[in-house]
Structures are given as C-alpha cells and as structure tokens.
Design a protein around this ligand. Structure first.
Ligand code: HEC
Length: 253
C-alpha cells in the first residue's frame, strides 16, 4: 500500500514538473481579466488594431462581429479601426504572408485569435511588460517571458525602455522605486521614459489583454448573460416549486 502511494506521489511530481517545463517560466505579473467591461474592451481593440494587427492576425474574427460585440458602430469601426482596404465583414488578417513574416522576423508572428486561451492572460500581460534592454540579444532587446524573442518591443513609445535591475551597477537607481515596471518585486527598472506613466501603461496593456481574452472566445459575452438569465429562471422556478410542494403536503401534515 505504501509503495503504491509512493508511486502515485512520484507520478504527480513528474507530471507537475513536466507541465512546468512545457509552460516555461510562469507569469511574472498578474492582471484582473474583466471582459464585462465594454469600455476596456473598446480601448483594447483600438490598441490591438494600431499596434498588433500589422504583424499578427486574428483570422477567426470579423470586424463587424467585434464591432457588434463591443458596442462600436460600424462607421466608427470602418473609419478608425480598419487601416487596409478590408471590408467590415472580412476577417482580421494581415497583408504580410507567413513566408514574409518568417523572412523578416525569423518566426511567423502567430495568430492571436486564441492566444489568450493557450498562453493565459497573465502570461501575455507579463510578456508585454517584460521587454528589456539587453546588449547580448541580437536586436538589443530581450524578453523575460520569451528569451531571445524575435518580436520587437512594439509598445516602446508608450512604455519606454526598461532594463534588468542590477544589470548596470552605475545605473540611476532613483528610478527603482517609482513604480515603473511594477514595484519592488519587479525585476525591471525604467531606463528610458515612455509617453505613459507606469500605471497608464499597465492599464493600456490590461485593456489590450482583456480584448485578447474576449477575442479567444467571443461567445463568452453572450454565454455570461445567458448564464445569469438561466440562474434567475431556476431561482424563480425554485420558489414556485417550494410553494407548490407546501400546497401538496398541506393536508398530509
Ligand atoms: C513587428 C511585428 C510584430 C508586431 C507589431 C507585434 N508582434 Fe507579437 N510577435 C511578433 C513575432 C515575430 C513573434 C514571434 C516571437 C518569437 O516566437 O520569438 C511574436 C510573438 C508574440 C506573442 C507570443 C506568442 C507565443 O505564444 O509564443 C504574443 C503574445 C504577441 N506576439 C503579442 C503581440 C501583441 C499583443 C502585439 C501588439 C501590442 C504584438 N504582438 C505586436 C511580431 C510582432
């Protein structure tokens, strides 16, 4: 019996180890997903089409579906969020072919439609917060979540550039506690200011990841409201059932 318990324990440990190895480093930062916040989804969609859609596609999504789900008018979508000659009923794909992507970046930028499901919101959030200056990296920029990544730090204008804490002994440590990069437990310190403060940058990428979570399962917005409706229905039914039961048993007691 004891042996069996030991074997099971060992198996559990092995599985846990394997899943860690497959997932790589766990997310460094955490965000609260709130796909019920339509304003946040709208802001996220705007950041997505401006900063991500040039390389990554979301080929399972159509502009008009996103517009309808997020309460964006079709005219607004057409005028402000579609930068190509695409029609509103078309999918959110990019002009760059997979081959070109591979040629330019070494890796084809992956489709982001369901990325939030495969990687998880915290991972993507951490990824977008973890670009740092690294002289040893091919392009001078590395990422703590995806070492040696070929994705450029496309949000650098907003965030600025950060570097690893303690990377440069002569660094101006006065930045260390100003909240940039996420506070004390953050492995980063800001080296070059961006347009946004740290809090604003965090909010921007929170909105963006929120949007990616929505994108990975557009039906979740409806599912949630249907779910609430069903619960309400069951509750009402429960009340009726209770009184009916009382009525039926009245004469027996
Ligand atoms: C200039 C092109 C380019 C732009 C713009 C771009 N990316 Fe990327 N992205 C890449 C490339 C190339 C990779 C593959 C990186 C690798 O595997 O090393 C990548 C990888 C990723 C990954 C990791 C996928 C995975 O699971 O390995 C995520 C998440 C991601 N990008 C999100 C974004 C978001 C969000 C934006 C918009 C803010 C964005 N990207 C803008 C080129 C780009």
């Amino acid at each position: 019996m004891k042996n069996i318990a030991q074997i099971i324990g060992l198996l559990v440990l092995l599985c846990a180890n394997n899943s860690f190895a497959a997932a790589g480093a766990g997310p460094i930062f955490h965000m609260n997903v709130d796909t019920g916040n339509q304003k946040s989804l709208q802001r996220g969609a705007k950041t997505f089409v401006n900063y991500c859609l040039s390389c990554h596609e979301a080929s399972y999504s159509r502009y008009n579906r996103v517009a309808a789900d997020l309460g964006i008018s079709e005219a607004n979508m057409r005028d402000n969020m579609i930068f190509t000659d695409k029609k509103i009923g078309e999918t959110m794909t990019v002009a760059m072919t997979a081959e070109q992507g591979k040629e330019w970046f070494g890796v084809t930028p992956p489709d982001l439609s369901v990325k939030a499901r495969s990687r998880g919101a915290d991972w993507i959030y951490s990824f977008l917060k973890s670009f740092y200056l690294d002289e040893k990296a091919a392009r001078g920029i590395n990422n703590k979540m995806l070492a040696g990544t070929s994705m450029p730090h496309v949000l650098w204008e907003l965030q600025g550039f950060q570097k690893l804490k303690g990377d440069d002994q002569h660094a101006d440590e006065s930045h260390a506690d100003d909240g940039h990069g996420g506070g004390d437990h953050s492995p980063f310190v800001l080296a070059v200011d961006g347009q946004l403060s740290a809090a604003e940058y965090d909010r921007t990428i929170t909105d963006l990841v929120n949007f990616l979570v929505y994108l990975s399962e557009p039906a979740q917005l409806q599912r949630k409201s249907v779910g609430i409706g069903v619960l309400f229905f069951l509750f009402t039914l429960g009340v009726f059932a209770y009184f009916l039961k009382k009525e039926y048993w009245k004469d027996i007691h």
